[in-house]
Design a protein around this ligand. Sequence first.
Ligand code: ZN
Length: 76
Amino acid sequence: MGLPRLILIAIIIGGGIWLWRRLNSRPLSSKHPAQTQTMVRCANCHVHLPQDRAVFKQPHWYCNSEHLQQGPKTRD
Ligand SMILES: [Zn+2]
């Protein structure tokens, strides 16, 4: 009794923590980085934004419906 039993308990606790961490950690491969999104430029204010957040009206992209109504502007 004594030290061997203490080591055994430490191994059980350590193994439990390792298993818990392993089950709770999410695989990094399932994450899709945001950098892969296609960036478009607003024809009105010339700001760059992801394509899925932009509004499209032939032949230009806009950052919101307000700029879509104002139409394209040239930067000066
Ligand atoms: Zn805009």
